[in-house]
Design a protein around this ligand. Structure first.
Ligand code: COA
Length: 299
């Protein structure tokens, strides 16, 4: 789909459309970033990019300046990063590349400011978001937050939990440039398995066809490990709350364990395996010397 443009949104009217799209996606007044806040961000160095099809806003991404290592004594100008706070695409335009193009426009904005790191958090149980963030964009993940937005009543909290993985997008790194220019080899699940990666938690399907987490988590056999998640967590949330809860506890345990052992999320695979649609994080141990983020954490 190419009949839309991406540009900076600056006027109150445009930013009200961002507010309206947020209401549609999250349907929770506490979660919406209001237009008066957006206008202040837009006028003070933040960025609100919109994908516009004619006058219709079909997607947006909000970012603001932050510090790469907040506790560092480096001067702020040598310590800047971009924080990507929120992105959404109208439901009928999802899966057509709009989110990807918004992220590329955000990357251009960062590079124009001389900034090399963009970070954001995402729910690690959402396969679609993981595919976009890790596989297509080349972000990596090293930090897991339990209940980042608390456990209270909010659209960002599901089943009293809001665990998030921090996506670190080193926008000028070789791996990101190769990934977005299509020059980085896209390894398949089979290739990872042949390369000595093992699946630590292979799922089985229950009578409803929903994936059930493995009872036992295998240890990694090499510097590469595969961690399975559901391909459609939202479907589990709407059909089986106990299973959704079990998935949160399970993925928290396995991801925290590996990240604490020094593995990092470096790839994501989504496709058909053994007759079912499956999704896997790829975690690597000690592979990327470019990774320099400090492991700050709210835990
Ligand atoms: C997250 C979001 C912004 C992505 O936007 P989008 O325009 O759909 O993203 P894209 O089309 O560029 O990329 C999505 C990719 O995921 C793939 N995908 C779709 N369902 C998937 C699944 N279950 N598992 C893995 N990948 C999946 C799509 O095929 C596409 O990849 P491809 O281009 O390689 O085919 C959009 O889905 C959205 O608005 N979600 C609700 C709000 C949200 O979660 N925002 C992010 C957190 S603030």
């Amino acid at each position: 789909m190419s009949d839309y443009v991406i540009r900076s949104l600056k006027t109150l009217e445009e930013l009200q459309a961002v507010e309206t799209l947020q209401r549609l996606v999250w349907d929770d007044p506490k979660t919406v970033i209001y237009s008066h806040m957006l206008i202040s961000l837009a006028r003070n160095g933040g960025s609100i990019l919109g994908a516009l099809r004619g006058d219709q806003l079909i997607g947006f991404i909000i970012s603001y300046l932050g510090l790469e290592a907040p506790e560092s004594e480096r001067p702020a100008m040598a310590n800047l990063k971009l924080v990507s706070q929120r992105m959404a695409v109208q439901p009928e335009y999802r899966g057509t590349g709009v989110g990807y193009e918004l992220k590329l426009a955000q990357r251009n904005f960062a590079i124009g400011l001389g900034i090399r790191l963009i970070t954001w958090t995402f729910d690690p149980l959402l396969s679609r978001n993981a595919h976009l963030n890790i596989r297509k964009l080349g972000a990596i993940g090293q930090v897991y937050y339990r209940d980042y937005y608390g456990s209270g009543d909010s659209a960002l909290v599901k089943l009293h939990s809001s665990d998030r993985l921090l996506a670190e997008w080193w926008v000028t790194s070789n791996r990101v440039e190769q990934r977005i220019n299509g020059r980085r080899s896209s390894l398949t699940l089979q290739q990872y398995l042949e390369g000595n990666a093992n699946i630590l938690n292979p799922t089985s399907a229950n009578a409803q066809g929903l994936p059930v987490p493995a009872e036992r988590i295998e240890p990694p056999q090499s510097t590469l490990a595969l961690v399975e998640i559901p391909t459609d967590y939202d479907a589990i949330l709407s059909r089986d709350l106990d299973l959704a809860q079990a998935w949160r506890a399970h993925s928290r345990e396995v991801l925290e364990r590996l990240l604490n052992d020094g593995y990092a999320v470096t790839d994501f695979i989504h496709g058909v395996y053994e007759g079912r649609e499956r999704s896997f994080y790829v975690l690597s141990y000690g592979e990327y010397s470019e990774i320099r983020i400090s492991r700050f954490s709210t835990n």
